[in-house]
Design a protein around this ligand. Sequence first.
Ligand SMILES: NC(=O)c1ccc[n+]([C@@H]2O[C@H](COP(=O)([O-])OP(=O)(O)OC[C@H]3O[C@@H](n4cnc5c(N)ncnc54)[C@H](OP(=O)(O)O)[C@@H]3O)[C@@H](O)[C@H]2O)c1
Length: 253
Amino acid sequence: MKIGIIGAGQIGASLVRQYAKAGHDVKMTNASGVEKLRALESETGAKAVTSGEVVKEIHVLVISIPFIEISKLAKSLGQDISDDTVIIDTTNYYPIRDGRIDEIEHGMVESVWVSNHLSRPVIKVYNSILAGSLVQAGLPGGSPSRIALPVSGDDEQAKRIVARLVNDSGFDALDIGSIQDSWRQQPGSPVYCTDLNSAQLKRNIQLVQKDVLPERRELALQFILKQDPVQYLAWSRECVTNNRIVFKTDINE
Ligand SMILES: NC(=O)c1ccc[n+]([C@@H]2O[C@H](COP(=O)([O-])OP(=O)(O)OC[C@H]3O[C@@H](n4cnc5c(N)ncnc54)[C@H](OP(=O)(O)O)[C@@H]3O)[C@@H](O)[C@H]2O)c1
């Protein structure tokens, strides 16, 4: 597949590596200029291009930039992106980084906000795995402990294409519904960065409660900012196991 990736940071660069390794034709861009991407270009064979070029003649566009940058990106996406191009949204809203966005604070689903700003449908995936796990925890298909990632969107064919890419990157894909349903995989959910396999993800996705997500997101952030994914995982599993804050289930089966 021909893939363009906007944002070559922790998540975007991992996807560049994984897609290139799987044999896809990848190009990428960033905010501060392609010179910064030369090492990744040499390492992977993916091409570093301008933001105008990255959207041209591709099957899939991955957007992996800070959430608030989406509103700027919308202006520059332009006419060069084909109507058939599938757009993957990896972003998450963190008010401490992105500032307060009233529509989201009043309940708008994050990827609905993204889709509205881009005036394009999006498929949400890769938002719910920490960069460390994305880099290190991929496994071949069929491994029992393979991590599964929730995928949301309104276009069934687009979700099938995205599921193939998720598989190529080392993870199972679980279709959890429409883009309106994608709040279930937002920060604060018990499927957010908890590295669940497919069976665990299927069960926990049913347990998410929308009204507690912001509170849990802020708690989750305390761990993530300490760059301590092991502690975060222990905290999140303990919340789920002991019904702390909201969830009652044992994910260790
Ligand atoms: N880190 C995680 O563990 C994680 C996990 C799941 C989801 N996410 C979400 O995924 C998104 C990316 O996260 P990240 O951690 O990969 O971010 P990051 O490491 O800060 O990288 C962001 C990338 O986006 C580029 N960028 C910023 N604004 C841009 C614009 N307007 N146009 C083009 N490129 C732009 C940056 O370019 P420069 O380098 O040139 O500045 C950089 O390459 C965020 O929304 C984040 O919340 C992150």
